[in-house]
Design a protein around this ligand. Structure first.
Ligand SMILES: Cc1cc2nc3c(=O)[nH]c(=O)nc-3n(C[C@H](O)[C@H](O)[C@H](O)COP(=O)(O)O)c2cc1C
Length: 181
């Protein structure tokens, strides 16, 4: 595969979403044009280390790479953007959850309506033995927690065919149920 940002890619720029410090220099060495440093406040997939945005950004800016730095994770207001800039994210911010809930977003209305009712503590990092993901504390979350508590095993889970979306959930639940029973 051609390096990112080359003519053969139409001059497009690329970035790597890094959830912990050591990944940043590796991504830079691979040829990306910018680093997105994302703390575990973020929606979606997260790092196993649970590094926060406020601690990750200054560490990356402190010498890990000499590339434009974009901050992500829990940034949903002008004030939060200002904080990210103050910490050294001169490349900008990547905001996900806020835009997922806009009128223009293709997310379902049910998802948007649910999310805007959420309060502090209503989302948690889950699926920690598979691929840590911030999810709403709903029935699925409770099933996962219960099954992990009963001995879900990452090796068995990752050995299964892996895809996204509901299939991922189904596979996870099936495998971890097998282990727990
Ligand atoms: C519902 C949802 C799904 C996401 N899916 C992906 C994904 O498939 N790949 C990815 O790199 N990031 C994904 N993200 C992460 C976003 O690209 C973004 O980095 C993150 O949402 C920023 O944190 P914030 O949600 O606190 O603004 C997802 C985020 C959300 C909220």
């Amino acid at each position: 595969m051609d390096p990112p940002g080359t003519e053969s890619q139409g001059g497009n720029k690329s970035s790597a979403c890094c959830l912990k410090l050591p990944v940043c220099p590796k991504s830079a060495a691979a040829g990306v044009d910018a680093i997105v440093a994302e703390g575990f406040e973020a929606g979606g997939h997260n790092g196993r280390e649970e590094t926060t945005t406020l601690t990750l950004i200054p560490q990356v800016r402190g010498g890990a790479v000499d590339l434009p730095l974009i901050a992500a994770g829990g940034i949903a207001s002008g004030e939060a953007m200002a904080a990210a800039f103050a910490l050294g994210a001169e490349g900008g911010v990547q905001s996900g959850t806020r835009f997922a809930l806009t009128y223009e977003s293709s997310a379902s209305d049910a998802f948007k309506e649910k999310c805007i009712t959420l309060d502090e503590g209503d989302t948690m990092l889950s699926l920690k033995k598979v691929s840590p993901t911030r999810i709403i504390k709903n029935d699925f979350y409770r099933q996962v927690q219960e099954m992990e508590d009963r001995g879900g095993h990452r090796g068995r889970i990752t050995a299964t065919p892996w895809q996204g979306g509901s299939f991922q959930k189904k596979v996870f639940l099936k495998v971890i149920s097998t282990k727990a029973s």
